[in-house]
Design a binder for this molecule. Sequence first.
Ligand SMILES: [Zn+2]
Length: 106
Amino acid sequence: MRIRKGDNVKVTAGKDRGKTGKVMQAFPALGKVVVEGANTLTKHMKVHKQGEKGQKISYNAPFNATNVQLICPKCAQPTRIGMQTLENEGKTKKVRTCRKCKEAIE
Ligand SMILES: [Zn+2]
């Protein structure tokens, strides 16, 4: 999975298609992400005590990372992510790159 927490992404599928937001949480093992303001679900809390009101809590549910595209911080366009290996003082480091402007994305 190439989407990380803190990335700005565009939703490309589902009911929130076209929305953009920040990745709040990433679950690489599941291939899922939580995007701010996208895939909002409402949970109805049950009443536990008499006289207490039931509450509705809305939250952003995780969805498949394949349904989002990274918005490149350099060229501000939704893009696919490439990988590039950089060598620095004998150490190699893999960085993500924008397929459009070819810039490395931190
Ligand atoms: Zn770019």
